[in-house]
Design a protein around this ligand. Structure first.
Ligand code: UT7
Length: 325
């Protein structure tokens, strides 16, 4: 028998303020609903209100995931938050969430891998569970990306939104093959030499400011489908699975065209791909758990089904996770 991290519940939270593409144009961004929908599939995004922080969104998502799992915050002994937009430089947003959940036991830390953050965080929590360092973990992807946007740069400011998604992982047992429930396999990569294509032009150790998002969209797009399909091929091969073993693709929600391109390469029909980018735009680390939560909540994803998650982000971090629900 082997230890498996079983996905016991998931949850999501989107801030109440909804901003449509037309709202952005009305606010002075030189764009149109037609351009944004055609190029990205995005129709709207949610923005946090003043004073609403990443840990506020993360805590709401965590509470929803715990409720679905039938657990209390007092059962949790590990909290991992994937975020690029922490409340403060320190302490970690994960410790802020821990305090907001009203618990003091266990350990908590943040993971920074931008849009791949959730897959990285899930991997770290799975490792801790399989090593016996934790029994119940909450893994959260949470962002207030609206605070990193340059409203003068229409090539980036229309693409992102705020939100949080979470899953609860619990230690369980399996036989060590792909028929087990829980996290079957994960794989991670990064290529920091590609820094210039997607970055924030500030930081504590460089400018002393937090800066704004900068992206060479065309270049990121060019790499995305290729590099995402590489991690997907790798994880399927490692587990001796064919693409048709995947019941659901739950990809990072950056651009509908990237997701369509990947699904096509995998020969997965659109009915087996979860797409939520139209509703919340690119929420970076929050996008996979938000999409997962949406498809669990509406009954599409069922217990026992195989889910493949994949993501790519700044620093050209990439990752994939195979999870049997
Ligand atoms: O999570 C990972 C991070 N990011 C991504 O995955 C994003 C990857 N990249 C993309 O999704 C796409 O490259 C974009 C959506 C960012 C851009 O789409 P594109 O089809 O690559 O457009 P483009 O950059 O080639 O721009 C085409 C035109 C340009 O005008 P000209 O030079 O052809 O006259 C842009 O100036 O569209 C113009 N444009 C806009 N027009 C209206 C750029 N942004 C906008 C805008 N509204 N918001």
């Amino acid at each position: 028998m082997v230890v498996r991290s079983i996905l016991a519940g998931c949850g999501g939270y989107l801030p109440q303020q909804v901003v449509t593409n037309n709202d952005l144009a009305a606010r002075g961004v030189e764009t149109t609903d037609e351009w944004i929908v055609q190029r990205t599939g995005i129709a709207q995004r949610h923005f946090a209100t003043e004073g609403e922080t990443t840990s506020d969104l993360a805590t709401k998502a965590a509470q929803a995931a715990l409720t679905q799992a039938g657990l209390s915050a007092h059962d949790v002994d590990l909290i991992v938050v994937a975020t690029t937009t922490p409340d403060n430089v320190f302490p970690s947003t994960a410790t802020r969430v821990q305090a907001k959940l009203g618990v003091t036991r266990g350990f908590a830390f943040d993971v920074q891998a931008v849009c791949s953050g959730f897959v990285y965080a899930l991997t770290m929590a799975d490792n801790a569970i399989r090593l016996g360092q934790a029994k119940t973990a909450v893994v959260i992807g949470a962002e207030t990306l609206s605070r990193l946007l340059d409203w003068e740069d229409r090539t980036t400011c229309v693409l992102f939104g705020d939100g949080a998604g979470a899953v609860v992982l619990q230690a369980g047992e399996g036989q060590g093959d792909a028929t087990d429930r829980g996290i079957i396999s994960t794989c991670l990569h990064a290529d920091g030499t590609q820094y210039d294509h997607l970055y924030v032009d500030g930081g504590v150790g460089s400018t002393g400011t937090f800066g704004h998002m900068r992206m060479d969209g065309r270049e990121v797009f060019r790499h995305a489908v290729q590099r995402l399909s590489e991690v997907v091929d790798e994880i399927l091969e490692k587990n001796k699975l064919a693409a048709d073993a995947i019941d659901w693709l739950v990809p990072h929600q950056a651009n509908q065209r990237i997701i369509d391109g990947l699904a096509k390469k995998l020969h997965l029909p659109p009915e087996r791909v979860v797409m939520t980018v139209s509703k919340h735009a690119n929420t970076s680390a929050a996008s996979i758990p938000l999409a997962l939560n949406a498809a669990v909540a509406d009954g599409r994803i069922q217990k026992g089904q195989m889910v493949l998650m994949d993501a790519m982000g700044g620093g050209f971090t990439r990752g994939a996770a195979l999870v049997r629900m």
